[in-house]
Write a protein that binds this ligand. Structure first.
Ligand code: AGP
Length: 590
């Protein structure tokens, strides 16, 4: 899970690549580096965040009009300068950056070590020495012959001072897009790497490679060597999406964007929703699958499909789908993935496809891998999400999934007017919640002063509790668990003491809220401190009061509250909110 980018043209390449790396930093940020060719290859690389490295070694200052760069999230080998990319061959004439995992690197290294000098612990370094080994007089040929011996996954950029006008790029199960610019061409792990200079992209598919020069791009099949005609994607995203616009962190900006991102999801063409709802109606078995926050969106939707459409839809952790699900040619598997690049979710979708299932995907990133092999694609239209912690993309996923449940219910002849009307009021209700931000910040200051937290909910807010716990954990590094309120008494309640506080999500008057109140009493009776996030009136000391909705739509109203709580606790603790330690935005490894 890393970001790679390159440029070849008439401009100062290291500057373009540095800009691209800053945009890709969300994909990994423990070290980075750039290689550029002037007359020879020069490399600068170091550990730390990109801006720190720039300050220390002027990373963006390398001569030449061709360069490649890499921002790393360590997989093979620790966080050291030696393990940072780019990697060079023994003669210093070939440089490589790589995102992915070479699974047969041990055998290859053993073989190559007889002749080549290795300087890092990475799997990637075998690539550059193998290219060196295969290099006769043609870099393209050397790369292709190398790839034929490689097992694993890769997005790969290769340059050589012997052929200083071209970047050879290749892809297998790791994302790579080529950006077409004026006076030069770009390549990146996603479009954000070159969005400031190019709105035209060619996404590479698996087993494809390309030869990119300043004024030409030639895409070919790695398997047949034949030239391929590729569609050019026109990108509508604006660069503004990647700016903080006065907010101290992207996360806060993205939390505040939710009323408008939900509206965008509400405006997705009805035909797109209907096509998938029809496929759901036909399918005998339906699975929703995703990871982390996206899995929680699937779990909320599981309730909607059952309560609104009367249809059994099962939400499965994508890393477990192959172990758990019964998949055949009467099954529909819908992947839910913001990035469209999460390894576990792509693997689950690939497995399902192999078993004959139909594949759908709800996805945010244009041109991402998931969009390239699903039969049904719904773009959730949330705009770029930069913060590692997913916020606006979660409520957009919820919006798309709710629309699917409503559409399916309509196909089944059910009356959904009431819920449709109420759903249209959600962006305004969300604005009301965001208007009490100061009160929420106050609770983050006064309530969050222990090191362990339990989040509890019931029914459709069980996944709300799980998502709230995930948000707190990932950006504050405090321990939290989320579960159904009913489960608490079956073991976890024994943890309640002065170091464990409980946060309860209490929807408007409903059977579930009455039951929740007695679960809350069970915690209080054991001297547990409780914060109630409530849509109704409560007779407790610690509470946050929210606008009313029906219980079925309450996950929308609770979301900005737990997101802001996590955000302000993280700020109070001095965490790097947008880039929490050990995490990256897309987890492209197993
Ligand atoms: C959310 O805050 C996390 N960063 C993480 O759990 C994320 O939702 C998960 O990795 C799945 O990502 P995806 O939606 O891009 O597939």
């Amino acid at each position: 899970m890393c970001g790679i980018t390159g440029y070849v043209g008439t401009g100062k390449a290291s500057r373009y690549v540095f800009e691209g790396l800053k945009k890709l930093e969300y994909r990994g940020y423990d070290s980075c580096g750039i290689a550029a060719i002037d007359d020879i290859i020069r490399v600068k690389k170091d550990t730390g965040m990109i801006d720190e490295i720039e300050e220390r070694i002027d990373l963006s200052e390398l001569p030449g009009c061709i360069a490649i760069g890499h921002t790393r999230w360590a997989t093979h080998g620790g966080v050291t300068v030696e393990n940072a990319h780019p990697h060079l061959d023994c003669s210093g004439t070939i440089a490589v950056v790589h995102n992915g995992i070479i699974s047969n690197y041990k055998e290859l290294r053993k073989e190559l070590e007889k002749k080549h000098r290795f300087t890092s612990d990475t799997d990637t370094e075998v690539l550059v020495h193998l290219i060196e080994e295969n290099y006769k007089q043609n870099l393209e040929e050397a790369v292709i012959n190398t790839l034929k011996r490689i097992k694993g996954t890769y997005a790969l950029l290769v340059i050589s001072s012997e052929e200083p006008d071209r970047i050879i790029v290749a892809r297998k199960e790791s994302p790579l897009l080529i950006g077409l610019g004026d006076g030069g061409n770009f390549v990146g792990s996603d479009v954000s790497a070159f969005l400031a200079h190019s709105r035209k992209a060619i996404p590479l598919d698996d087993d494809e490679y390309a030869v990119i020069t300043g004024n030409s791009v030639e895409v070919k099949s790695i398997i047949t060597g034949k030239k391929l005609d590729k569609d050019i994607l026109e990108i509508e995203l604006t660069e503004k999406a990647a700016m903080k616009e006065g907010y101290p962190y992207f996360m806060l900006k993205e939390i505040h964007e939710q009323p408008s991102t939900i509206t965008s999801a509400q405006n997705i063409y009805p035909e797109e929703i209907r096509t998938v709802a029809e496929a759901m109606q036909k399918a005998e078995k339906i699975y929703l699958t995703g990871a982390g926050t996206s899995l929680h969106a699937c779990e909320v939707a599981e309730y909607w499909f059952s309560k609104i459409a009367g249809k059994l839809v099962v939400a499965v952790d994508s890393s477990e789908l192959e172990n758990r699900a019964v998949v055949d040619n009467k099954t529909l598997v819908i992947g839910v993935t913001q990035s469209g690049e999460t390894y576990d979710t792509l693997s689950a979708m690939r497995f399902a496809k192999k078993m004959g299932a139909e594949i759908g995907v709800i996805v945010n990133v244009i041109g991402s891998t998931a969009t390239r092999f699903a039969e049904y694609v719904i773009m959730q239209s949330s705009g770029m999400e930069v913060s590692v912690a997913a916020t606006k993309t979660y409520t957009s996923q919820l919006s798309v999934l709710l629309r699917l449940a409503i559409e399916l219910a309509k196909l089944e002849g059910k009356d959904v007017k009431v819920i449709e009307k109420e759903f249209s009021s959600i962006p305004d209700k969300m604005r009301q919640v965001l208007s009490i931000e100061d009160e929420i910040k106050g609770k983050a200051d006064s309530f969050f002063n222990v090191s362990n937290y339990l989040f509890i909910g019931k029914g459709i807010n069980t996944p709300t509790a799980e998502e709230a716990a995930l948000k707190l954990k990932e950006i504050t590094y405090l321990h939290a668990e989320g579960m159904s309120a009913g489960l608490l008494k079956h073991g976890t309640i024994s943890l309640i003491d002065e170091n464990m506080s409980t946060i309860a999500f209490l929807p408007s008057d409903s059977e579930n809220s009455a039951k929740m109140l007695s679960n809350i009493q069970e915690v209080s009776a054991r001297d547990g401190r409780v914060l109630i996030i409530s849509q109704g009136k409560v007779d407790e000391d610690e509470f946050i009061s929210l606008p009313d909705t029906s219980e079925v739509l309450s996950p929308f109203i609770f979301s900005p509250v737990f997101q802001l709580l996590a955000y302000y606790v993280a700020v109070k603790l001095g965490r790097n909110v947008d880039k929490p330690r050990a995490l990256a935005k897309s987890v492209t490894v197993e």
